[in-house]
Design a protein around this ligand. Structure first.
Ligand code: ADP
Ligand code: ZN
Length: 519
């Protein structure tokens, strides 16, 4: 269904010769007044899906975005393209707000960017109701779902907005991260029919996902950066302190690094961001405070030196590499200590138990990603509900040419141990029992009397623990519960235990040099 007007705008105003997947379909629906949910990967071109309709529809398009700090830049960029747009947020004073609303009412601007909090004010909604609004665009729409990774209470109120607006605008919601459950939640809250879902898939064919386990991260980073000189990239870590430490370390090695975290003064942060954007310092070391809305096309790598809290965050952050569609790396450095750090963050967060529980479950998926043998891209896509995919052929697992070895016997040892303790314990205890650890908890619970005690005493407890993560990632085991998840068998796990199925893995479990210590 070619819309010539839309196509003409694409070429004349935006300077592109054809639409990308999903864009035209979204624009057609919106122009027909139908509510729509667009799911496209980062860099897929979501903005055009409402910017072009904004220019073609008679009334105003209101764009809700949580990125207050970026509104001005977004609006400036549109104005530079000759697209009349403005914004209203807490940085704009009352008189100026009135003036901007007047411009919107007069049709002098076609797009009005606002923060979600605006809709908490009845006065603001009343003011909007003096304006003909054709379209309500909700960016980062996953923020409306409590099942998402970035739930924002201010987004909940948006569900009622289409009804509160007397001109009953069409709604277009957009996001780059939504599991099927989150997508359904967004649709339900915003009244978008199933047919209104435009999902282009999440695959990023130019990203090579890699997991690097248990390496000295400083050394890895220095080597990587020396091997890839003059390239731009982002290194994510979990704490401000770690940003500062790495920054000092890498700057001392004469590497062109910038840093960014929420503890820095606004001015320093802005300067740092500019250094990065203009490639004066092409390597950014940052916490997850950095990156939302940053549109730097030539980012060649995103390295997570510490594991993030969930796969949604990981994919979103990693997705900042390769917006120009050139080959780029998305590397995760994994070490068990990062899991502890995430546990700490969850415990410190002031959310209710149910939400903590959810966060622990999401963390489990992240750990599985770091320990799976499966294609990493496929692992991510299947988490986001995309099942019919082929191995990517580029990720570190696809490129791992080691022969898979039969680890069925080891798997059976683990599985039978889980059964012996009636699925009441988690990874740490199971690994301790199998390794034959002799500590207070083991004695107190008389776990040393189990038939599986010490069954893998020739292997390191840490290796067994990693092997359990592998079995969980592969679906032979599942974790249940939150902070201290217990392990249970799945159907396929039971089949392995009965000897009906085999388990293969690229790495055998290393034997330990000495006999078990008292860990
Ligand atoms: P998203 O919001 O999905 O992350 P953007 O809307 O910011 O992505 O678009 C990402 C980049 O792709 C931008 O630089 C944009 O100008 C560009 N882009 C969007 N649509 C097209 C198109 N049809 N052809 C070429 N480039 C496009
Ligand atoms: Zn792969």
């Amino acid at each position: 269904m070619a819309n010539t007007e839309a196509e003409q705008l694409l070429q004349e105003k935006f300077g592109y010769d054809h639409f990308r997947t999903g864009q035209e379909q979204a624009i057609d629906r919106v122009l027909a007044g139908a509510n729509t949910l667009v799911i496209m990967p980062t860099g897929g071109g979501k903005s055009l899906c409402y910017q072009i309709p904004a220019l073609l529809l008679p009334g105003l398009t209101v764009v809700v975005s949580p990125l207050i700090a970026l509104m001005k830049d977004q609006v400036d960029a549109l104005n530079d393209n000759g697209i009349p747009a403005t914004f209203i947020n807490s940085a704009v004073d009352f008189r100026e707000i009135d003036e901007r609303l007047r411009q919107a009412a007069m049709g002098e601007v076609k797009l009005l960017y606002v923060a979600p909090e605006r809709f908490e004010s009845d006065e603001f909604v009343a003011a909007l109701n003096g304006i003909q609004i054709s379209l309500l665009a909700i960016d980062e729409a996953h923020c409306i779902s409590q099942w998402g990774h970035d739930f924002r209470p201010s987004y909940l109120a948006l569900a009622a907005v289409p009804e509160r607006l007397t001109s009953h605008p069409a709604v277009i919601a957009l996001t780059a991260t939504a599991t099927p459950r989150v997508a359904q939640d967004i649709r339900q809250r915003l009244g978008i029919p199933a047919a209104g879902l435009i999902n282009t898939g999440f695959a990023r064919d130019n990203l090579s996902f890699q997991v690097v386990r248990d390496q000295d991260e400083d050394k890895y980073l220095v080597d990587y950066l020396k091997k890839n000189p003059d390239q731009s990239g982002i290194i994510y870590v979990s704490t401000r302190k770690e940003v500062d430490r790495l920054y000092t370390l890498l700057a001392r090695k004469k590497l062109p690094v910038a840093r960014y975290h929420a503890g820095m003064a606004d001015m320093d942060r802005a300067a740092s961001q500019e250094d990065f954007l203009f490639d004066r310092k092409p390597i950014m070391i940052a916490t997850n405070a950095f990156g939302m809305g940053i549109d730097k096309s030539n980012v060649r790598f995103v390295i997570h030196a510490q594991m993030p809290k969930d796969l949604e965050s990981y994919y979103q952050e990693a997705g900042r590499a390769g917006r120009d569609e050139l080959e780029s790396d998305a590397i995760l450095l994994f070490k068990p200590a990062d899991v502890q750090l995430q546990h700490f963050f969850i415990e410190q967060s002031d959310t209710d138990e149910a939400h903590k529980h959810l966060q622990y479950q999401k963390l489990q998926t992240m750990i599985q990603y770091a320990n799976t043998d499966q294609c990493l891209q496929q692992f991510i896509l299947s988490y986001f509900g995309q099942e019919d995919t082929k191995p990517c052929g580029r990720c570190s697992n696809c490129l791992d040419t080691r022969e898979a070895v039969d680890v069925t016997t080891d798997a059976q040892k683990v599985l039978s141990c889980v059964v012996r303790v009636h699925e009441r314990f988690g990874k740490v205890v199971i690994a301790q029992i199998l390794a034959g650890a002799n500590n207070q908890r083991i004695r107190q619970w008389r776990l040393d009397e189990l038939s599986t005690y010490g069954l893998m005493q020739h292997q390191r407890q840490k290796e067994i623990s990693t092997f359990i993560d592998f079995l969980t990632a592969g679906g032979w085991l599942v974790t249940k519960g939150g902070q201290y998840p217990t392990l249970a068998l799945t159907q396929t796990g039971a089949a392995v235990l009965r000897g009906q199925e085999k388990v293969f893995r690229k790495t055998a479990i290393k034997a330990r040099k000495s006999l078990p210590a008292d860990d």
